[in-house]
Unconditional design. Structure first.
Length: 368
């Protein structure tokens, strides 16, 4: 597979409603769409780095720089033999997992199209749909939050994740739990606590949550281990796991009992699959996290989440939960059983809405 040209599109897209987490409020999501030409085919990939370095040090600006100056020059006009080969060529760049993952996604899309196979088939996923849930941002108050959860429940979401932060935790989650005693419920703190303040979350241990996601800092595996020892509820790591090695060390030390897998965070599908395989080997359940992807990244998430170790529902919601206007022609809809159907066309299985792409583009560059 020889890629002869790559175009980067810096996108800014208005969310249906602002999304608030412990690290800030997002009104407009940024990302980078990659479009490659190879052997007469067009392939696409999404780099999920956002405008601000709140979730990760990577931003749409750093990814643009790293892709343009370092990653793309490593791989353009050379014969890419496999995803591993691509990963090896990118390995001399330290970190910048989201930039790498965007480029890797292009490779998978092209390879699928050239072999006339879809991504799910290429990676060995099973079934035609995956179980999904919805991630609910911090709201003005708990009464409004309960209303938002009710709305998602009526739409058919069978699992809800609540974003929490200090001061907006026990009372919010208790309010939702009281209104919905049987709802599959989990929380995500996005690193907002320290080991001492996180002990204040102990009342959550009585609310029957599926898991508590990333309470502590991303570089704090050890304190997550201390915290997990105090909680019955499973701790799930998101930000802390950016390599396969981190995943292994976290499991060996008991820093979590569940792993959130995001291909963007770990440098691509190749490593996402490796973490999935590692977790299966250790009997640790995983699930597919989300980064408010466009339809492009959502298609990749659906294929990934169809691997057998993904036992909890993914943060993969319907198109209408995210953007006023998405850039794919396909619209992902929620099936009545709280699942979303995996695209089955070759590669990622999506096609770009070029008019919508044009409206979302704030910068564009082509590299030969
Ligand atoms: O921590 O899982 C997270 C969105 C952006 C950045 C980080 C996270 C999230 C979400 C949204 O929770 C999940 C989705 O894409 O629906
Ligand atoms: Mg998270």
């Amino acid at each position: 597979m020889i890629i002869s040209q790559i175009t980067l599109y810096h996108l800014r897209m208005r969310l249906q409603t602002p999304f608030e987490t412990s690290f800030g409020i997002t009104h407009d999501r940024e990302c980078i769409l990659l479009e490659a030409r190879a052997e007469g085919l067009a392939g696409y990939g999404e780099c999920v780095a956002d405008r601000d370095p709140g979730y990760s040090y990577e931003t749409s600006g750093t990814a643009w720089h790293i892709l343009q100056e370092f990653l793309i020059p490593q791989i353009i006009n050379t014969d890419l033999l496999s995803a591993e080969d691509l990963q090896n060529r990118m390995a001399q760049v330290r970190g910048h997992q989201m930039a790498k993952a965007g480029l890797e996604m292009v490779y998978w899309d092209l390879r699928g199209k050239s072999e006339n196979r879809n991504l799910q088939d290429l990676i060995g996923g099973k079934g035609d749909r995956v179980q999904v849930g919805v991630s609910v941002g911090i709201q003005e108050n708990s009464r409004i939050l309960v209303g938002v959860v009710e709305d998602y429940q009526e739409q058919g979401y069978g699992r809800v994740k609540l974003k929490i932060k200090p001061g907006r935790d026990i009372s919010d989650v208790t309010a939702v739990r009281s209104a919905y005693p049987d709802l599959r419920l989990q929380v995500d703190a996005n690193s907002a606590y320290e080991i001492e303040s996180a002990m204040g979350l102990l009342p959550l241990d009585e609310l029957g949550l599926l898991m508590i996601e990333q309470p502590l800092a991303e570089d704090d595996l050890w304190d997550h281990r201390q915290l997990q020892a105090e909680f019955k509820t499973a701790i799930c790591l998101d930000e802390s796991i950016v390599t396969v090695r981190h995943a292994r060390q976290a499991l060996e030390m008991g820093a979590c009992r569940v792993v959130n897998i995001k291909a963007g965070r770990v440098g691509g599908l190749n490593q996402a699959i490796a973490i999935h395989n590692l977790c299966i080997g250790k009997g640790v359940p995983v699930w597919c996290g989300g980064m408010l992807e466009t339809g492009v990244g959502r298609a990749a998430n659906l294929a990934l989440a169809s691997l057998p170790g993904f036992v909890f529902p993914g943060d993969i919601s319907a198109t209408d939960r995210y953007y006023e206007e998405d850039i794919t022609q396909e619209r992902f809809v929620l099936n009545p059983d709280s699942t979303i159907t995996i695209p089955d066309a070759p590669g990622l299985g999506i096609s770009i809405d070029f008019q919508a792409l044009k409206r979302a583009t704030i910068n564009k560059i082509t590299i030969h």
